[in-house]
Design a protein around this ligand. Structure first.
Ligand SMILES: CC(=O)N[C@H]1[C@@H](OP(=O)(O)OP(=O)(O)OC[C@H]2O[C@@H](n3ccc(=O)[nH]c3=O)[C@H](O)[C@@H]2O)O[C@H](CO)[C@@H](O)[C@@H]1O[C@H](C)C(=O)N[C@@H](C)C(=O)N[C@H](CCC(=O)O)C(=O)O
Ligand SMILES: Nc1ncnc2c1ncn2[C@@H]1O[C@H](COP(=O)(O)OP(=O)(O)OP(=O)(O)O)[C@@H](O)[C@H]1O
Ligand SMILES: N[C@H](CCC[C@H](N)C(=O)O)C(=O)O
Ligand SMILES: [Mg+2]
Length: 502
């Protein structure tokens, strides 16, 4: 595409220096990806200012530079007030507006985005749709799974992925939209059909500073819904009626609203929730009729996730029986209440709870299982919201008989400083500090007896531990398996020795 043609999509070019009209073969914001024929976009980031990379980009083959100020360069220099915003618009145009052709569901909220996106995907597939998923775990379509660096990729990666999905005949995409992404405009240019809100509780205050700002960030998904320049499709906002933030988001959107919940008045609701040994059953009330739902998922929070997904299905016009039948075969999401089985007689659960609310929810669910002692191994991420540390520690001590505080991706921070922050929330309560996560898991599994429950929280599906700038292989599920196997081997050996003594 010619540069000048591409630029017609930008409503706000401040200045254009240079007459050339080169062919644009690629758009990049990262010099490490630049090749011949690239339009390079300068982004002011949290660590670097992309404007300082403009010359390096030209050396690597960039034929035009888009920036927020005039740069001394020998290729066309397009100046716009906000390069992030321009990048989203150009990405959408360069990849030929892929979301105009896709049915796109965006999911935001503090907890439950990955879970709901997978449930929506499952429901869409049950309705014979070709689907795509974008989120914390991966971007996935057809038989292609790509690891994602961010829950919501940058706008260039995002639009490119949508185009690749269309090339593989994908029809419907469910995607997580993080608050960081909304602030940074990564999802601008996405023509969402349905926007979903799960809940809002404390997280990411390192980035957003206040809950008010965090709430505002998430609200953008709803205020921008239906605001794209391609508007002949009916838009829906699917909102959690039991979260007080919903009232505010309702007022911000011009889309049709579907509410779901269990307590307040709403369109899609669950009644008579019943936890069985195998999962959960509940009675579903919807404007399209009422049904009995059976799912393998457990926990009240998962009933909310199912309600959100069913509401999406209803908005998308999917047959209610197709949805309900499919729910019973949904196997769950990796690292979310995932049971580790290595022949032991007590449940060992790995879960991605890394916020106060998710930890409380998951621990409440654990307390509803048959149990004697409850062991929880938990840490808090480095370079992330400090405020959640004492809260998570307190929740761990409140619900578990044995709380073990350990490390969870300390990143650039001193692991002991993070643990100190956690300890500020638990004075007078009993807990144990084992900074090495492997040792902490080993301790919990060694101590647990038949009838106890072990919850390993915070890292879920993650297969690494970030210490300083090193990324070390680390998988809670594998470590737990190894510890269980060792425990029983030791037990067998001790037993054999005792038999011999007699
Ligand atoms: C704080 C934050 O959100 N940072 C995101 C941001 O990076 P940044 O601001 O640090 O960028 P930077 O490294 O300073 O670089 C600035 C510019 O210079 C460019 N550059 C840089 C170096 C170089 O050699 N050449 C070059 O061109 C970069 O490509 C960039 O355009 O833009 C990057 C590209 O979009 C993101 O990958 C990065 O996410 C980092 C990895 C991150 O950890 N983000 C977290 C906090 C985050 O976004 N989390 C949410 C999920 C939260 C949740 O769901 O719980 C997410 O969506 O992942
Ligand atoms: N609806 C919910 N409400 C509260 N907690 C939840 C809910 N759904 C899941 N959880 C808890 O939160 C954890 C993370 O769930 P999930 O991965 O679905 O959320 P997420 O919003 O995608 O998180 P992230 O922002 O880190 O990607 C789960 O392991 C579970 O403990
Ligand atoms: N999306 C979240 C994931 C946190 C996972 C937890 N294991 C941690 O590292 O804090 C974040 O980047 O804040
Ligand atoms: Mg997620």
């Amino acid at each position: 595409m010619k540069l000048h043609t591409l630029l017609t999509h930008l409503p706000f070019v401040k200045q254009m220096n240079g007459e050339d009209n080169p062919d644009i073969l690629a758009i990049e914001q990262d010099t490490r990806k630049v090749k011949e024929g690239t339009l390079f976009i300068c982004i002011e980031g949290s660590r670097f200012d992309g404007h300082e990379f403009a010359h390096e980009a030209i050396e690597k083959g960039a034929v035009a530079i888009l920036s927020n100020r005039k740069l001394a360069v020998n290729v066309p220099n397009i100046i716009v007030p906000d390069t992030n915003r321009a990048m989203a618009i150009l990405a959408d145009a360069f990849y030929q507006h892929p979301t105009h052709e896709l049915f796109l569901v965006g999911i935001t909220g503090t907890n439950g985005k990955t879970s709901v996106s997978h449930l929506v995907d499952h429901i869409f597939r049950a309705a014979n749709k070709k689907t795509g998923l974008i989120g914390t775990l991966y971007s996935k379509f057809g038989n292609k799974t790509t690891e994602t660096k961010n829950t919501t990729p940058d706008s260039l990666t995002l639009q490119k992925t949508f185009r690749q999905m269309l090339n593989e005949h994908v029809e419907a995409v469910s995607m997580e939209v993080s608050s960081h992404a909304l602030v940074q405009g990564r999802a601008r240019g996405c023509d969402f059909d349905i926007a979903v809100f799960t809940n809002l509780t404390q997280d990411h205050l390192d980035y957003h500073k206040t809950m008010e700002e965090y709430k505002k960030a998430k609200s953008l998904l709803f205020s921008q819904l239906g605001n794209t320049y391609y508007e002949n499709r009916k838009k829906y906002a699917v909102l959690n009626a039991d979260d007080s933030t919903t009232e505010e988001y309702m007022k911000m959107t011009s889309a049709h609203i579907i509410t779901y919940g269990m307590k307040n008045a709403c369109d899609v609701r669950a009644e008579n929730v019943n936890f069985t040994g195998q999962g959960t059953t509940f009675h579903l009330i919807t404007p399209k009729g009422n049904r009995q739902v059976t799912t393998k998922l457990i926990g009240i929070f998962n009933v909310y996730n199912v309600l959100a997904a069913v509401s999406v299905g209803l908005a998308a016009g999917i047959n209610i029986d197709t949805m309900i039948n499919s729910l019973s075969s949904f196997a769950g999401v990796p690292g979310r209440f995932e049971l580790v089985q290595a022949g032991q007689k007590f449940p060992v659960i790995v879960d991605y709870a890394h916020t106060p609310d998710s930890l409380e929810n998951v621990l409440k669910t654990v307390t509803s299982l048959p149990h004697s002692r409850i062991f929880v191994v938990v840490g808090c991420g480095g370079d992330r919201d400090h405020g959640k540390r004492p809260l998570m520690a307190r929740i761990a001590c409140t619900y578990a008989s044995d709380a073990i505080f350990t490390s969870d991706n300390p990143r650039s921070e001193d692991p002991m400083a993070i643990l100190n922050d956690m300890e500020k929330g638990v004075s007078g309560l009993s807990y144990k500090v084992i900074p090495d996560r492997k040792e902490a898991i080993h301790y919990a599994i060694e101590q647990a007896n038949d009838g106890d429950v072990v919850l390993i929280a915070g890292k879920g599906h993650e297969t690494y531990q970030i210490i300083g700038d090193k990324v070390i292989d680390f998988d809670d599920r594998q470590i737990a398996k190894k510890c269980i196997t060792e425990k029983y081997k030791k037990f067998q050996t001790t037993k054999r020795n005792t038999d011999f003594d007699q």
